[in-house]
Design a protein around this ligand. Structure first.
Ligand SMILES: [Zn+2]
Length: 585
């Protein structure tokens, strides 16, 4: 069918979604889409294959069942599937102008980007529930929630429609997809920042001090708003699922957080939760409004490729550790510990020699969200390396400008130029903004650290701040493999590329039985290696594909396994000043 013709004939169509959850215990969400004023011969309905913010084709349609279509007259309409996520319904065209489709979605996956329904709540993500008609993505949608259990309440960023309870308005499909629903029994804590109402909504039992969380969240909101010169929304919801696991997903006017229900009491774990809040909230600007060109308009039907997620996610990760510091929620010592941890993670990942930061972003659709036993050998995370590269850029800008400017200025310009109008930025435009603020040509920086795999020269950037990177190594000869306990055996989990273990023919999935004829376990493996030195040849007995083998491994010298950023003794007054301006609230 000619798309233009469809558009013309159905330009006055209206779309209303009715959602009901008659039996939460069976995890099924009932969806009814009523399309009024549809004059064309067909309607092509598609369910998104991914959700913005989580760059993996998740095949939401796999959870869809019981699809039917009827006309306003009650007559059943013919339909066929055109592809995995595309349904074509044939209109009867006999004076009919309304079509209703119904389907059910199985919802039993509790993550920030999927759906979960049980007897206490229903949480659903727009992309995993709502179908769209390509040529009608710009028009308004109405959502009505029916058949709620007693005591169940609705939280969504969508504005309620005044004349009817439980009805909401989405100005277009992007807004609909970007507004998850949390419906059920939950607690709501209200607070105000810069005269704007905020809610902290919590589902699940937990050991958190909610007063502290609300107070700290308000401090994060205020300090991030300060940098961008205000809050770009009317109302904001933090939706927390206190359960098992970890995750966050940003939306324009809300975010969804998943955190271990018992992870709030220990200070380090609590502060990690604060980093998560600072991260998701920073996305209110960076990535929800300041977007790479490839996602200026979302294509919900396939991958959206961009090399700029190092900025959208990595720079956000840098700031998620900086803002709690500026808000006085921890001190510089704690911050340096976090950075040291990040450096240790990157510097002990062999994949940093193989995959560039740019490619990590571009290939996220097939790599980052799909880890396998070789992941550490051929990839890095654009969150992690992006965070460290952003730190280096901040240090460089501060140093080159004598503390007159910082990465904050980059964010402010990106907001003014691209965020406020939601115009996608190109890689070149991003680089130009950073170079303008730094006042130096950074082509070599991009070549080495963004498009290449050269080792980050931490000390060069840390030195003006009176800091340096120290390395430490364990007193254990290097073998290059890790083990985990499985079915009472020590199973090889990872084998590092080019390591003694790999050279000896050991593979992921092998079971290690003995070192030099003596039984070994996953737990005592490292300790047993202390009995040997670099250069020693040890015999390892393994099961490989169920065949018993003995291989000889030539041990190497211990490698750097721990990295720490420390203050140098006798820092100059200038170095001390630089550090103070960077890391003092
Ligand atoms: Zn993020």
């Amino acid at each position: 069918m000619d798309e233009l013709l469809t558009k013309e004939k159905s330009s006055n169509s209206q779309f209303t979604y009715r959602i009901s959850i008659p039996e939460p215990e069976n995890h099924l969400l009932q969806v009814e889409l009523a399309i009024a004023n549809w004059q064309a011969e067909f309607v092509d309905l598609r369910l998104p294959v991914w959700t913005p913010g989580s760059y993996l084709v998740r095949e939401y349609a796999k959870h869809l069942q019981d699809f039917t279509a009827i006309a306003g007259t009650g007559e059943e309409l013919k339909w066929q599937k055109v592809s995995k996520n595309h349904w074509r319904v044939r209109n009867s065209l006999q004076g009919n102008s309304s079509i209703t489709v119904r389907y059910r979605i199985f919802c039993n996956e509790l993550t920030v980007r999927t759906n979960h329904i049980d007897s206490t709540h229903a949480f659903f993500t727009g992309a995993a529930v709502f179908m769209y008609v390509s040529e009608h993505q710009q028009q308004a949608y109405r959502v009505e929630i029916d058949s709620l259990k007693e005591n169940w309440k609705i939280v969504t960023a969508l504005p309620a429609i005044a004349d009817s309870a439980n009805s909401f308005h989405a100005k277009d499909f992007d807004t609909l997809v970007d507004s998850p629903f949390e419906i059920g029994i939950h607690h709501r804590y209200e607070f105000t920042v810069q005269d704007k109402p905020h809610n902290f909504v919590v589902w699940g039992e937990h050991n958190a001090d909610m007063q502290r969380i609300v107070r700290d969240t308000a401090a994060i909101v205020a300090i991030e708003a300060d940098m961008f010169g205000g809050l770009p929304y009317e109302h904001y919801d933090f939706i927390l699922h206190a359960s098992n696991g970890f995750g966050g997903l940003e939306h324009r006017d809300c975010c969804v957080l998943l955190y271990n229900r018992l992870g709030f009491r220990k200070e380090e774990s609590y502060l990690q939760f604060i980093n998560l809040i600072a991260h998701e909230f920073f996305h209110t600007w960076n990535v929800k409004r300041i977007r790479p060109k490839a996602i200026e308009a979302f294509d919900y039907d396939s991958e959206n490729y961009t090399g700029s997620l190092w900025f959208s996610e990595g720079t956000t990760s840098y700031y998620d550790q900086i803002f709690p510091l500026r808000a006085n929620l921890y001190d510089a010592k704690h911050y340096l510990k976090l950075i040291s941890k990040s450096i240790t993670r990157l510097q002990t990942t062999f994949g940093r020699n193989v995959q560039s930061l740019h490619d990590s972003s571009f290939d996220t659709w097939i790599k980052l969200y799909r880890p396998d036993p070789n992941t550490h050998n051929n990839q890095i995370s654009y969150y992690l390396k992006g965070e460290l590269v952003s730190m280096l850029l901040d240090l460089l800008i501060r140093d080159k400008s004598n503390n007159l400017r910082s990465l904050d200025r980059v964010m402010q310009i990106m907001w003014e130029r691209f965020g406020k109008t939601e115009t996608g930025f190109s890689e070149t435009e991003l680089h130009e903004v950073i170079e303008t603020v730094a006042g130096v040509d950074l082509s070599l920086f991009w070549k080495d650290y963004l498009y290449g795999t050269k080792e980050l020269d931490y000390n060069y950037y840390l030195e003006p701040f009176g800091l340096e990177l120290r390395t430490a190594r364990q007193d254990i000869p290097f073998v290059g493999m890790t083990l985990k306990s499985k079915n009472g055996m020590a199973e090889v989990e990872k084998v590092e590329f080019g390591s003694p273990a790999q050279k000896a023919g050991i593979s992921t999935g092998d079971s290690l039985l003995a070192i030099a004829g003596i039984r070994v376990t996953a737990e005592n493996f490292s300790d047993r290696l202390r009995d040997f030195s670099a250069g020693d040849v040890i015999s390892l007995t393994i099961f490989q594909q169920d065949i018993l083998r003995t291989v000889e491994v030539i041990l190497q010298k211990p490698i750097d396994s721990h990295f720490e950023v420390v203050q140098i003794p006798n820092a100059s007054p200038n170095q001390e000043l630089n550090l103070r301006l960077w890391l003092t609230p």
